[in-house]
Design a protein. Structure first.
Length: 584
């Protein structure tokens, strides 16, 4: 781009005035050229796109020498980032003699890429046809890099906000948004599934969360294989998934997909040398029949799921209005239970334990009762399962333990013969991290010697034997006796008992009820007594109701028992009277 016309023959044809004016113009153009060379990346091409001039900045950015660029097609720096349509539009614009401006991603000689903000100015001949193009560029690589980083950050934030990091499925927030949008398609029938993996909590606890996570990933893969492209699978949280089946043909189609899911998950999951059998429970709500809004459909599919789980799980069930009614009643009952703990609407009764030969009282079992201000007495069989399910058994159990220790100490201070009093503990209580410390503190606060306290556990606790056994050992080391309630109902193995910190076996009342005429019950009771004698364990027969049952037990060598034959559970005052009653 030579602007110096000194000694150029063209000057001789001009008048002195014109020569002076032309030199002034050239001087200004040189200043412009200098400014462009210093601040911008400049290139000139002919009308065929061949490079005729580049400045130093162009060479520095492209990493080509001027000699390598001159005479080359401008495609030498093409990065193949832009589409053909992009360049077609550019050439169409400058070909019409118009200025084109845009952002280009180019490729340098070493393979690196850079961005330039480009303005291409066509120079026209006397016929208005471009004969060369001047491109003025500014390096915007840093800005574009920052924009790309910002875009990546925004994408990352979006994925963190709307996708599950483990399974890469839509999360609860995104699923709810999608379901809300889909609810606007009033002409379509949709189904919402609420799916829960059965007993994944046990796998997490016994095998570790890493194994649980691998199972969750496998489950998400299998579920996705059962769905259509238009359906939405979401990890709702924990071991729960939600599914939106769009535009279904009817209930039978939903049943078919649900059954396919169940069968897919039933196939064994193999992780290294371990194998796992997975089942799931699915609650289903249909739109528009069960509601239109996302909130109501999720709620009702969850109600259906909970109803199924309460009956054992491993299947699918559709929502119906009776489920919601029962769920509302249960929620009200749970609220009453919470209030009852705060207001101390509970009280304790005590059932005597008897030496079957001397008929002397040798201990007591504490039993909790609930007197509701409106409903009256509520059976423990009704409120204990809900307390365990909701976790309310923890504060309730602590209240019971403290009241029993206080009352036991109070009887001793009254001069009554010291007796060991038993308290039932649930699996949830034994899973408390601070259980042993709580028991220690209650014994300190009440000044009760641990030898007068007995902890009763049920056989169902044996399914978690590895975890509860150390806790029981710590309790036993305090000097507290451990008994197994309802023994013989099928959960435990006699081999477990050899290694468990247990002192007493309480034979389940169902065997005592039939012991006078059922040889099977007689054989089971005899086997338990024989086993207990071999391992130096005490045996108590529960549920003795008549003399005939007592005689059979005495004949088999059972020396301790309790039941209505001797006494029903009694309030505190009546218990004191019973303890003061002379033995005839």
């Amino acid at each position: 781009m030579e602007l110096n016309l000194e000694n150029n023959p063209i000057l001789e044809k001009l008048s002195p005035e014109d020569q002076k004016e032309l030199k002034e113009i050239l001087k200004k153009l040189s200043a412009v050229k200098f400014a462009l060379d210093q601040s911008s990346i400049v290139a000139i091409t002919d009308n065929r796109g061949r490079i005729t001039y580049v400045n130093d900045k162009f060479c520095k950015l492209s990493k080509y020498t001027r000699e390598e660029l001159i005479g080359q097609d401008h495609r030498i720096v093409n990065s193949n980032y832009h589409s053909r349509a992009f360049f077609k539009d550019m050439w169409a614009t400058i070909g019409r003699g118009k200025v084109w401006r845009g952002e280009m991603k180019n490729r340098a000689k070493d393979g690196s890429h850079y961005w330039v903000d480009t303005t291409i100015v066509p120079f026209l001949n006397e016929k208005g046809i471009p004969y060369q193009y001047v491109s003025i560029r500014n390096d915007i690589t840093f800005r574009k890099k920052m924009e790309e980083e910002r875009e990546k950050s925004e994408q990352m934030i979006y994925r963190l906000a709307y996708y599950d990091t483990l399974t890469d499925l839509p999360n609860r927030r995104l699923f709810t948004d999608l379901l809300t949008n889909e609810a606007q398609n009033l002409g379509e029938q949709n189904a919402v599934m609420f799916l829960d993996i059965d007993k994944l909590k046990n796998i997490n606890e016994f095998c570790g969360h890493e194994i649980g996570d691998l199972i969750l990933m496998e489950v998400s893969h299998r579920l996705s294989q059962c769905l259509r492209e238009s359906d939405v699978l979401s990890r709702f949280g924990g071991d729960e998934f939600t599914i939106l089946l769009k535009n279904i043909s009817g209930k039978s189609q939903v049943e078919q997909i649900a059954q396919q899911m169940l069968e897919s998950l039933e196939k064994t999951v193999i992780l290294g040398e371990r194998t796992f059998n997975i089942t799931c429970s699915i609650g289903i709500a249909l739109s528009p029949y069960d509601g239109l809004g996302s909130e109501i459909l999720l709620k009702r599919s969850a109600i259906a799921l909970n109803t199924l789980k309460e009956s054992g799980g491993n299947g699918f069930v559709f929502f119906d209005v009776n489920m919601e009614k029962r769920a509302m009643e249960k929620n009200l009952f749970e609220a009453d239970l919470r209030n009852a703990i705060q207001l101390e609407e509970f009280f304790l009764e005590y059932q005597p334990k008897i030496d079957l030969f001397s008929e002397k009282v040798i201990g007591l079992e504490a039993l909790v009762r609930w007197r509701h201000p409106q409903r009256g007495l509520i059976s423990p069989a009704k409120f204990i399962p809900i307390a365990e399910e909701t976790g309310l058994i923890i504060p309730l159990g602590e209240w019971i333990l403290r009241k029993v220790c206080e009352q036991t100490k109070r009887w001793q201070q009254k001069g009554l013969p010291p007796l060991r009093v038993s308290v039932n503990l649930s699996v949830q209580q034994l899973n408390q991290l601070n259980l042993v410390d709580n028991i220690k503190q209650i014994l300190i606060d009440t000044e009760l010697n641990p030898r007068w306290l007995e902890i009763e556990i049920t056989e169902s606790i044996f399914v978690e034997i590895d975890r509860v056994s150390p806790v029981l050992e710590q309790i036993r080391n305090l000097g507290i006796k451990i008994s197994v309630d309802d023994f013989g109902t099928g959960y435990s193995s006699l081999s477990y008992l050899k290694n468990l910190p247990v002192d007493i076996l309480k034979i389940d009342a169902s065997f005592i009820r039939d012991i006078t005429y059922d040889p099977g019950s007689q054989a089971i009771v005899k086997a338990i007594i024989t086993f207990a004698e071999a391992f130096n364990l005490e045996v108590i027969a529960e549920g003795i109701e008549n003399r005939e049952q007592l005689n059979v037990l005495l004949g088999q060598g059972c020396i301790q028992g309790q039941g209505y034959y001797y006494s029903k559970p009694l309030p505190v005052q009546e218990t004191e009277e019973y303890l003061n009653k002379p033995v005839i």
